[in-house]
Design a protein around this ligand. Structure first.
Ligand code: ZN
Length: 458
C-alpha cells in the first residue's frame, strides 16, 4: 500500500520507517555460506534456471546486487566475513591468529550461544576460525567426501575425508540443534561446499543428455560442448544444494528457530568456469566471476529490496552488529575495514557514498605478498595487478565491458590515479595487525604447495 496514504495506511507503513540500528536486539542469527557459488547462477540474480529455496529467501530479503569478496580463497574470505577485516597476511591453509576478534566472540559476550557446522577442510577447527563458537563441527569422518588427492594432505593438514555434501551437512545441523540450549539467543553458521570442484551432482539434479564430459582440467581451452557439460554439472550441484537448503529451512522452522531470526546467505567467492585465461576454479584469479558474490539479508518485518551500491563482504559483520545494537570492542574496530550497510538499507539504496572501492586478492598458500593477484574495483572500472596470465597491471572499463572481455593497458588518467590511490589506501589498511599465526613452513608443507595441482588433476 502506498505510503502517501499516511492517515489510512500508517500501521502498514510504520514498521518500514523505524530505524534499523538495534531493532533486532536479541534476535537469533542464521548465517549460511555457500562455497564457490556464483551470483549469476541463481534465479534471483536473473539466471534462467530457478533455485526455489534461495529465490524464495531473496523475495523476502535485502538483495545486494554489487557485493564483492575480499579473497578468491575460502579461509581468508570467511575470515573477512566473520571479522570485518581484509585478509592481509592470511592465506588459505594458514592458521588464524588468536588475536582476531570474530563475530562469534562478540556475540558470545552478548550472551549468544554460537554454533558452526562447516563442510570442508579449509575451514577445519585446526585453522582456528572457531574462536567464540561453543560448538564448531568440522568432523567430516561420517561423510562420503568428494575430493581425494595427494596423500591425504591439504597443505600441512592431513585428512581422511575432505568434505561433506549438503544433505550430510543439513542432517548434521538439525541433529546438533536437537541438543542445543535454546534458552539463549543463537548464532548459527552453516557452511555448504557443493558448488566447489569437483562437479558431481547426484543423479536427478541435472540433464544427463547434456553431459558429454565429466572430467575437466585445471587449464583448458574449452569447446562449446565442454562448456555445456560443465555448466550442466555446476548447475546440478547448485540445484542439489538448493533442495537441501529447503530441507534446512524446514527443519529449522519445525524446531522454532526461524521465528525471530535475521538470516544472511552469502558465498565466499564465485567460480571461474573457463570464462577467463582458460582457467577452471577460483583460487588464482580475481575476475568478476570470482569476486562478485550473492548476498541476501532477511530482516523480519521488513519487505525485500534490491541494492546496487558497491559493498564488501567485510561490511556484513558490522551490519549484523548494527542491526543487533551491539558495539564492536574498540581494539577490534580499529582493524575493521567493513562499514555497516544499515544506512544504505534504510534508504532503499538512495544513500550514496557507502564505499568508493572494493578489493580482492588471491591469498593462496605460500604465495608472497608481491606475487598475489589483486583487484581494485570502483563502480565503473577495475585494475588487476599480478594477473598470472596478463602480467603486471591491466584495466577493465566495467561501464562498457562488465564481463571483462577486453583487458586494457590504459584508462583515463583520472581513473588510473583514483585506482592507484585506492590501492595504496587498501595496502596500508590491510597490512596490520596480523591475522595469521606465524609459523615456519617445513619441507613437507612446502611439498604441499603442489597440492593445488593435485586438486585440479584429480
Ligand atoms: Zn571457498
Amino acid at each position: 500500500m502506498p505510503c502517501l496514504l499516511l492517515l489510512v495506511a500508517l500501521p502498514a507503513c510504520a514498521p518500514e520507517q523505524r530505524p534499523l540500528s538495534g531493532r533486532y536486539r536479541g534476535h537469533d542469527i542464521l548465517l549460511v555460506t555457500i562455497d564457490s557459488l556464483r551470483a549469476d547462477r541463481l534465479g534471483c540474480y536473473g539466471y534462467a534456471k530457478a533455485t526455489p529455496a534461495i529465490d524464495a529467501l531473496a523475495s523476502r530479503s535485502v538483495v545486494f546486487d554489487s557485493l564483492f569478496t575480499t579473497s578468491s580463497t575460502t579461509l581468508p574470505a570467511h575470515v573477512s566475513l566473520l571479522t570485518g577485516r581484509d585478509p592481509g597476511d592470511l592465506r588459505n591453509g594458514y592458521t588464524v591468529s588468536d588475536s582476531a576478534v570474530t563475530l562469534a566472540e562478540v556475540l558470545s559476550r552478548e550472551g549468544y550461544e554460537s554454533r558452526a557446522v562447516v563442510s570442508s577442510l579449509p575451514l577445519a577447527a585446526a585453522f582456528n576460525l572457531g574462536q567464540g563458537f561453543a560448538v564448531y563441527d568440522s568432523d567430516f569422518s561420517a561423510c562420503r567426501g568428494s575430493l581425494q588427492f595427494g596423500e591425504g594432505r591439504w597443505h600441512a593438514q592431513p585428512f581422511d575425508v575432505f568434505d561433506c555434501d549438503a544433505g550430510e551437512t543439513t542432517a548434521r545441523v538439525l541433529r546438533a540443534l536437537d541438543a542445543a540450549d535454546r534458552s539463549r539467543p543463537s548464532f548459527l553458521w552453516v557452511h555448504y561446499f557443493d558448488p566447489h570442484f569437483p562437479y558431481r551432482p547426484p543423479k536427478g539434479y541435472y540433464d544427463e543428455a547434456r553431459v558429454k564430459r565429466r572430467r575437466f582440467p585445471f587449464l583448458h581451452q574449452a569447446t562449446p560442448a565442454d562448456l555445456e557439460s560443465l555448466n550442466e554439472l555446476y548447475d546440478g550441484e547448485v540445484r542439489f544444494l538448493d533442495g537441501q537448503l529447503a530441507a534446512l529451512f524446514e527443519g529449522l522452522e519445525a524446531r522454532g528457530f526461524l521465528e525471530n531470526t535475521v538470516t544472511l546467505l552469502v558465498s565466499d567467492h564465485g567460480e571461474n568456469l573457463y570464462q577467463h585465461d582458460g582457467y577452471l576454479d577460483h583460487s588464482m584469479v580475481v575476475y568478476e566471476t570470482v569476486m562478485r558474490i550473492p548476498a541476501l539479508l532477511e530482516l523480519p518485518g521488513r519487505a525485500g529490496t534490491r541494492l546496487g551500491a558497491i559493498a564488501s563482504i567485510t561490511d556484513l559483520m558490522p551490519t549484523l552488529l548494527d542491526l543487533l545494537g551491539v558495539e564492536l570492542p574498540a581494539v577490534a574496530s580499529q582493524a575493521v575495514s567493513g562499514r555497516s550497510l544499515v544506512r544504505v538499507i534504510e534508504s532503499g539504496g538512495a544513500a550514496t557514498g557507502h564505499r568508493e572501492f572494493v578489493a580482492c586478492e588471491t591469498n593462496d598458500y605460500g604465495v608472497a605478498e608481491e606475487d598475489q593477484a589483486v583487484a581494485i574495483r570502483t563502480g565503473e572500472s577495475k585494475m588487476i595487478l599480478n594477473n598470472w596470465k596478463k602480467g603486471g597491471r591491466v584495466f577493465y572499463d566495467l561501464a562498457t565491458d562488465p564481463d571483462e572481455t577486453r583487458s586494457l593497458t590504459r584508462l583515463s588518467a583520472h581513473a588510473e590515479a583514483a585506482l592507484a590511490d585506492h590501492h595504496r589506501a587498501w595496502r596500508e589498511r590491510a597490512a596490520s595487525p596480523p591475522l595469521a599465526r606465524r609459523r615456519e613452513l617445513d619441507e613437507r608443507t612446502r611439498e604441499g604447495l603442489k597440492s593445488l595441482g593435485y586438486l585440479h588433476s584429480e
